[in-house]
Design a protein around this ligand. Structure first.
Ligand SMILES: Cc1cc2nc3c(=O)[nH]c(=O)nc-3n(C[C@H](O)[C@H](O)[C@H](O)COP(=O)(O)OP(=O)(O)OC[C@H]3O[C@@H](n4cnc5c(N)ncnc54)[C@H](O)[C@@H]3O)c2cc1C
Length: 173
């Protein structure tokens, strides 16, 4: 995951250059905080792993964390990790930027077009059927997210992926 994060942040920094599309990203860094001893151990391991992988991570004092984020009260905090590389951005801009960039480089976009079957002949992929007709292609990428398995299964290919639902709670402090 650390390697992936490093690669992804590089891509985000390069995004406008690569795609010619805007992306408002904020290099904020982030804080990971432990209050209980058992959580402190997890964060200590994260810090050691981050150093090994060359990430910009550092153990900082609760007072320093409070200076960086005044909403965070320093009392009762055991360990704080600061991740200097972390950034945030608007994910919709990424998806739209990549598609517009691809279109500018000659890709044809077909929104609202469902793939109903990947066509395979003699063990070789040669296109897809869609609800708006057939598309011939020597290479097909199944990037259907949570529906990846269903898209593949329509052509007898089993992909061992099972999407699971999580619960999210937004809490007060
Ligand atoms: C509520 C929610 C909140 C999330 N919050 C975060 C977050 O804060 N941070 C984070 O990192 N991740 C978050 N995620 C996870 C993140 O959205 C996904 O990991 C990511 O979008 C997956 O990207 P993807 O390109 O693989 O699939 P998707 O973005 O799901 O794209 C798959 C696309 O395939 C299309 N498709 C499906 N079937 C077919 C078909 N038969 N034919 C043609 N097209 C088809 C779909 O319409 C869709 O556009 C969140 C997810 C959800 C649901």
């Amino acid at each position: 995951m650390c390697k992936l994060i490093k690669l992804a942040s590089g891509k985000i920094r390069q995004f406008s250059e690569d795609t010619g599309q805007p992306l408002d990203w904020v290099h904020s860094g982030s804080l990971k905080v432990a209050r209980r001893l058992q959580d402190a151990e997890v964060i200590e391991n994260d810090i050691a792993r981050g150093h090994q992988l060359g990430l910009h991570v550092q153990r900082i004092s609760p007072q320093e964390a409070h200076r960086l984020n005044p909403f965070l009260e320093p009392e009762g905090i055991t360990v704080v990790m600061w991740v200097g590389d972390d950034m945030y951005f608007d994910p919709a801009q990424v998806a739209i930027g990549f598609t517009r960039g691809a279109e500018a480089h000659g890709a044809t976009l077909l929104p609202h077009t469902a793939v109903t079957r990947v066509l395979i002949n003699n063990g070789q992929v040669n296109g897809v059927n869609t609800d708006r007709g057939r598309i011939r292609a020597p290479v097909v990428v199944d990037a259907a997210g949570a529906w990846t398995r269903q898209v593949a299964e329509a052509s007898g290919i089993h992909i061992p992926l099972v999407p699971t639902m999580q619960q999210l709670f937004v809490t007060e402090h």
